[in-house]
Ligand binder design. Structure first.
Ligand SMILES: [Zn+2]
Length: 168
């Protein structure tokens, strides 16, 4: 996809904040707009119409938990985003357990270096003979409230590269 013009901030349809990134892309099927709110972390685009193919595919590929958090605004479906940056880490919505069962928060997991003498335990399935140098440190999770997506993204270091590229 090719980005056109400049990203701009608009009012979020989900949480009402003014920190929702809108980007316009040109695709073979025509222009589409995408949104990612930096306050609530919800994302959508103009292909996410009810009964549309893109939404059908998303529903098939998405975990139940994320599907359950779906919001519909102006005929488009919005979902919490999941971000994976192999060098930096991940952000994803995580269901809570225990007393907070049924609720969720943003979880940040950071990528950490794998010591050289342990790298052979982490083969890269896409590149036979190569090994990962970083892994996700699942033991050190950090949780953020639903409207603290920006803090989670900052924690991950998302802002020293293209924001929207990192969001896919
Ligand atoms: Zn929002």
């Amino acid at each position: 996809m090719i980005a056109q013009g400049q990203d701009k901030l608009v009012i979020c349809k989900c949480c009402g904040s003014d920190a929702c990134y809108e980007s316009e892309f040109t695709t073979q099927e025509g222009p589409i707009n995408t949104w990612l709110c930096m306050t609530c972390g919800f994302t959508s685009n103009t292909t996410m119409t009810k009964d549309g193919e893109a939404l059908k595919q998303t529903l098939e590929l998405t975990a139940d938990m994320i599907r359950d958090l779906r919001q519909d605004h102006d005929g488009l479906a919005w979902f919490p985003t999941c971000i994976t940056m192999p060098d930096k880490g991940m952000i994803f919505p995580e269901p809570l357990k225990g007393e907070e069962e049924g609720d969720w928060k943003w979880t940040v997991v950071k990528a950490i270096d794998i010591p050289e003498d342990e790298q052979e335990k982490y083969p890269n399935p896409n590149e036979p003979g190569k090994f990962y140098k970083k892994r996700m440190d699942m033991k050190n999770l950090k949780r953020y409230e639903k409207l603290e997506f920006m803090d989670a993204a900052e924690d991950l270091g998302m802002f020293d590269r293209n924001l929207i590229e990192g969001a896919h």
